[in-house]
Design a protein around this ligand. Structure first.
Ligand SMILES: NC(=O)c1ccc[n+]([C@@H]2O[C@H](COP(=O)([O-])OP(=O)(O)OC[C@H]3O[C@@H](n4cnc5c(N)ncnc54)[C@H](O)[C@@H]3O)[C@@H](O)[C@H]2O)c1
Length: 329
């Protein structure tokens, strides 16, 4: 087996820059920024759509971890020129440092079935989740290739990008399958040419964030219904104690980076949560693989009541059964 990358010493990232898109709302990207600064000694560029959010996020990092550790840059990942400008701002702000890590993490979700989702939801989802990742790759990878030091480039897909489609969030899941496939393509494309650029795809299970709410707010801003000046960082949800917090999730992310894992599935399991009710990513990924090898799709879950709301072939493991139990208390 010719892997692109083996284990990685995280101390290689000390004093270097981490650039994280979609990091302005206290979610996964925010957790990665905090971990990069506080545990790895990196400087971070917090990128997100709205100036107000990124300035506030950078101020909070500078207040907590020391002036100068963070910069906030407003950036729309659907616009290639916005990412190119963001790169110039990063280089201008941290002139003597190399880029250690880039996380193409911005995303949206509209939680509707295929027949109930609108064309606008599909185009926003594919635009942000897929084209936004492609734009981020095209804007930052050439700089990483030009560096001789090793660096990390990680896209954010989802466990939803590795498992079958079912009755929920159809556009989201299709987009995340695309992120997995395009990140595999990137890994292959760079394997021989630029082995110093380490490629990963992050496939989180459940992290306590406000993704659904930020997606709706950003859609309202795009329609002119909400003004950017009115936006506050979103309040995250903990899913009755079952979700990973963004901080603990970030530890798992960097443990995968250190191990050199390409598919970074971040399961809801100890030590990243204080319970024993996993999402069961492995079981659900295996189900899809077995179905594919048998050339058939097992829809029997469509007849089940589903532990958490409507029938689902994905949201059915121990975590969801426990969520139902806790919700009924
Ligand atoms: N929370 C989970 O359980 C979970 C699970 C699997 C995957 N993910 C993925 O993790 C990533 C981060 O999501 P999160 O859960 O932390 O929620 P989040 O809302 O905190 O992060 C998404 C961010 O992307 C930003 N964004 C949206 N459109 C953008 C654009 N055009 N340009 C720049 N930024 C834009 C949003 O403003 C938001 O801050 C997403 O890609 C999401 O699909 C999350």
């Amino acid at each position: 087996m010719s892997r692109q990358q083996g284990a990685f010493e995280l101390t290689n990232l000390v004093d270097r820059i981490a650039i994280v898109t979609g990091a302005g709302n206290n979610g996964i990207g925010w957790g990665i920024c905090r971990h990069a600064v506080s545990s790895l000694g990196m400087r971070v560029a917090v990128l997100d759509l709205h100036e107000r959010l990124v300035v506030d996020a950078a101020r909070r990092l500078n207040d907590e971890f020391g002036e100068g550790c963070a910069i906030g840059i407003s950036c729309d990942v659907t616009k290639p020129e916005s990412l190119v400008e963001a790169l110039s701002s990063v280089i201008k702000h941290f002139p003597d440092r190399s880029i250690g890590a880039v996380f193409a993490n911005a995303g949206v979700i509209f939680n509707h079935t295929l027949l109930k989702s609108t064309a606008e939801e599909w185009s926003t989802t594919l635009n942000v989740n897929v084209i936004g990742v492609v734009n981020t790759i095209q804007a930052f990878i050439p700089t990483l290739q030009a560096q001789t030091e090793e660096s990390v480039f990680c896209t954010t897909a989802s466990v939803g990008g590795l498992v079958r489609g079912d009755g929920g969030a159809a556009s989201y899941q299709a987009s995340k399958h695309a992120v997995v496939a395009l990140t595999e393509a990137l890994s292959f494309e760079l394997a021989r040419k630029s082995p110093q650029v380490r490629i990963h795809v992050l496939c989180p299970c459940i992290v306590g964030t406000a993704l659904g709410a930020t997606s709706i707010t950003n859609a309202q801003v795009a329609r002119g219904v909400v003004a950017t000046d009115d936006i506050e960082p979103a309040k995250t949800s903990e899913l009755l104690g079952l979700a990973q917090t963004p901080d603990r999730h970030a530890q798992q992310v960097f443990n995968h980076v250190s191990a050199g894992n390409f598919y970074m599935v971040t399961e809801n399991e100890p030590p990243y949560v204080d319970h024993e009710f996993p999402f069961d990513a492995e079981g659900i990924i295996r189900e899809r693989m077995e179905n594919m090898l048998q050339l058939d799709l097992d829809n029997s879950d469509a007849w089940s009541s589903g532990p958490n709301g409507p029938p689902s072939s994905i949201l059915k493991g121990p975590l969801w059964q426990e969520l139902k139990r806790r919700s009924n208390r």
